[in-house]
Design a protein around this ligand. Structure first.
Ligand SMILES: Cc1ncc(COP(=O)(O)O)c(C=O)c1O
Length: 488
């Protein structure tokens, strides 16, 4: 007999003693406010200690542990070794820094334990409100649809599923075998790898993604796109989707989106914009011209957790034609049927617009943040980051031992340490070493990329805590470390 079954006393996961969990909860909250407000006083990055790593290689716990002790384990083994994108000198990959209100909103959502899938309850309406606001930000019509997802990757994949399913009518039932001519997707060679993954996931295959060359500013070359479309047509293939980049991951380049939209229309293609972070300046009047075309797209993907600084994780995909969106995902099953009244009534189920059935209440932190700050504040912060990128690029250009490797047209600065005695191969090694030392010394956390074979230090500024003096420190440290490494 299973020994567990001899316990007949009824039990629950609720605390026996609410007053002690309340005290612990208040302690956690205080600790986290301290943690967020003191982010600048810690190193930009700290390597997880061997002890902390070993603490995550333990057997499955059989016996209960006191909650305060569990929290202590978190506090000593997990918290100190965070990615630390809260730090003012964190500029790695493209990560936003979160906010105190975002943290609180996540706590509230978790306390509600809301499952924002279907039914007549307020979290459903909150997400609908957030999506309506997203349409306003992106210039999409009010009749468009959308859904919140975990990140830009899932947002792009969701759009690709809709694009494919509306194009190949029988694909949901018959699969990709029902296609007689190979579908082809087009995007610049700078397109993010999550889009390529998406093309694989939807069964088109990455060989059928045409990497269109870019110009000196890393923007797609529309004439090359047109030429490749004609070539594919002549070969009997079916051009089906064009991806426009609103802010490439490497340099923040913005493709000529309006022109891509026209090419898509002329060729009967779906036009999707990956605007993970670079679609956000659509909220700035001065970016209306550069980002013109987002509002013409069939779909757009963008993140709240990057350049809108909302805590991880939350992104949005908007689809211009709600029916096409719904047709791609809705399935009618007896246990999910919408009712006229009662809990099973309410707005159309979100599960009709994406892959997930159970979904968390991500919308709450977006809703609370947008209300708390208002668009005026976001416009100020996004402008601030763009200005900071220009400032950093300016500092780099003033230094003979630094080279600005790409124009900083948005919020990304790619540069490297240079020395007349070193060739590109040596410089690649030196700059990689500089970057690792910057991290290990806890000075700053930019990351890197390769541009034309050059290893560059890449600062993506989606950080509301960065100040100009942080960028001064970065430049000073890169030069100092570069001199040390080059001399060694
Ligand atoms: C241009 C672009 N697209 C898509 C993504 C993927 O977004 P996420 O990390 O939110 O999945 C990124 C991430 O940096 C990105 O920069």
């Amino acid at each position: 007999m299973n020994t567990d079954s001899v316990h007949t006393e009824e039990t629950t996961l609720d605390p026996q003693d609410w007053s002690s969990i309340r005290a612990l909860g208040h302690q956690m909250l205080d600790d986290m406010f301290d943690y967020i407000s003191s982010s600048a006083q810690r190193p930009a990055w700290k390597k997880p200690s061997p002890y902390a790593i070993a603490s995550m290689q333990q057997p499955l716990p059989e016996l209960p542990q006191d909650t305060a002790e569990v929290y202590e384990d978190f506090f000593t083994q997990v918290l100190p070794y965070n990615t630390n994108n809260l730090h003012p000198r964190f500029w790695g990959w493209v990560q936003g820094g979160g906010t105190a209100t975002g943290m609180l909103a996540d706590m509230l959502a978790s306390a509600m334990n809301a499952n924002v899938s279907l039914g007549d309850h307020m979290p459903m309406y909150v997400e609908r409100q957030v999506i309506d606001w997203a349409k306003e930000m992106m210039g999409f019509p009010s009749t468009a649809s959308g859904i919140l997802v975990s990140g830009g990757s899932l947002a792009n994949i969701t759009a690709l599923v809709v694009a494919r399913n509306q194009f190949v009518k029988d694909v949901r039932k018959k699969g990709m075998q029902s296609i007689s001519s190979q579908l082809i997707v087009y995007g610049s060679s700078e397109t993010h790898n999550c889009v390529i993954k998406g093309i694989e996931v939807v069964g088109i295959g990455s060989d059928n993604f045409r990497k269109i060359p870019v110009d000196a500013d890393y923007c797609i070359m529309p004439d090359e796109l047109k030429r490749m479309i004609e070539e594919d047509k002549a070969a009997g293939h079916t051009p089906f989707c064009i991806i426009g980049n609103a802010g490439t991951v490497n340099t923040g380049a913005i493709d000529p989106l309006a022109e891509l939209s026209t090419i898509a229309q002329e060729n009967g293609c779906w036009f999707h914009v990956d605007g993970a972070f670079g679609a956000v300046p659509k909220i700035l009047p001065e970016f209306q011209h550069k980002l013109r075309g987002i509002e013409l797209a069939d779909s757009v993907a963008f993140d709240y957790h990057k350049w809108l600084y909302v805590n991880y994780e939350v992104a949005c995909v908007l689809i211009r034609d709600e029916q096409k969106h719904r047709d791609a995902f809705a399935i009618s099953v007896s246990y999910l049927v919408h009712h006229e009244r009662g809990l099973s009534a309410g707005p159309d189920a979100f599960s009709n617009y994406g892959m997930e059935l159970s979904r968390g209440f991500k919308a709450l932190k977006v809703w609370m943040s947008l209300k708390e700050n208002g668009m005026q504040k976001y416009r100020q912060l996004v402008r601030q980051n763009i200005h900071q990128a220009q400032y950093l690029a300016g500092l780099v250009q003033l230094e003979p031992s630094l080279e600005l490797v790409a124009e900083a047209s948005l919020n990304i600065v790619c540069f490297r340490y240079v020395s007349p005695e070193c060739n590109d191969e040596q410089l690649n090694r030196i700059n990689k070493e500089i970057l690792m030392r910057l991290h290990e010394l806890g000075i700053a956390a930019p990351t890197y990329t390769f541009l034309d074979g050059k290893y560059v230090i890449r600062a993506a500024i989606t950080n509301h805590r960065t100040r100009l003096t942080d960028l001064d420190q970065l430049v000073k440290a890169v030069i100092q470390l570069g001199n040390e490494v080059a001399a060694s």
